[in-house]
Design a protein around this ligand. Structure first.
Ligand SMILES: *Cc1c(COP(=O)(O)O)cnc(C)c1O
Length: 234
């Protein structure tokens, strides 16, 4: 299992480096977030041991579980929907929340961050593929959200996140990723310290190379690392 994971990671690293080179970007500009939602804590720990320090979970409860199982210094990313009743317990555990999808959630996060006397880094999730069932701000809403960031006290908005629609051809994700970058370029200048639209979290196993070509600084990869790796008995 460890050997297979190492080969997978080597292959992903090669593809990341190639995509960065094609895009004229430094490999350091792109952070690999290993998405561990479908695997055990043991396999997540193995990936961390192989040098991936950024790990992502899409469900708060699973993030709580894995943070206690992996004592080592992981940078945890929450990449899925956060219900307000789970904010209190989640805040102390996360390095970055990618999935802030409403003003109400932003304000609730800020209240709790003040209460806990910590600052919390977040990304705004944008429904850039315009699928009706998706979480996220509509692209048209973003200007108004940006105008309201000045009211936040302990939340630092660091960028934007999106998910492309599922396609078999990764080229079909390109317009979604390009739209996220355009939004960032258009609205970034209106964002003031401590906020910044520096990061673009976009690209998953099926389309991460296209995302890097379009400016992704965080790619969230699960199945390309883990799919088909048999989890042996402990
Ligand atoms: C599961 C998930 C990923 C990883 O998807 P893969 O296709 O397995 O790489 C990335 N982002 C989010 C928000 C996810 O829920």
């Amino acid at each position: 299992m460890e050997q297979t994971l190492r080969l997978r990671l080597d292959d992903v690293e090669r593809r990341l480096a190639d995509a960065c080179r094609r895009a004229g970007r430094a490999r350091d500009d792109v952070t690999l977030v290993g998405v561990t939602k479908a695997v055990s804590s043991e396999l997540a720990r193995e990936l961390h041991r192989l040098g991936v320090i950024d790990l992502g979970e899409n469900r708060p409860q699973e993030l709580w579980r894995k943070t206690s199982a992996l004592a080592s210094p992981v940078r945890w990313h929450l990449i899925g929907h956060l219900q307000r009743n789970k904010i209190e317990r989640t805040l102390p555990l996360v390095h970055l929340i990618h999935s802030v999808d409403s003003m109400r959630l932003l304000e609730a996060l800020d209240d709790e961050a003040v209460k806990q006397d910590r600052t919390v880094a977040v990304l705004l999730e944008i429904n850039a593929s315009r699928e009706t069932q998706k979480h996220g701000f509509e692209p048209e809403e973003l200007a108004e959200v940006v105008a309201r960031l000045g009211t936040l006290r302990n939340i630092h908005v660091q960028g934007l996140m999106t998910m492309a629609a599922l396609h078999s051809d990764s080229e079909q994700s390109r317009p979604t990723f390009a739209l996220l970058r355009e939004l960032r370029d258009r609205l970034g200048a209106r964002v003031h310290e401590p906020h910044a639209l520096a990061h673009l979290s976009m690209g998953m196993s099926n389309d991460f190379e296209v995302a890097i070509e379009e400016g992704a600084s965080l790619v969230r990869l699960g199945s390309v690392l883990f799919e088909g790796i048999a989890e042996g008995a402990p």
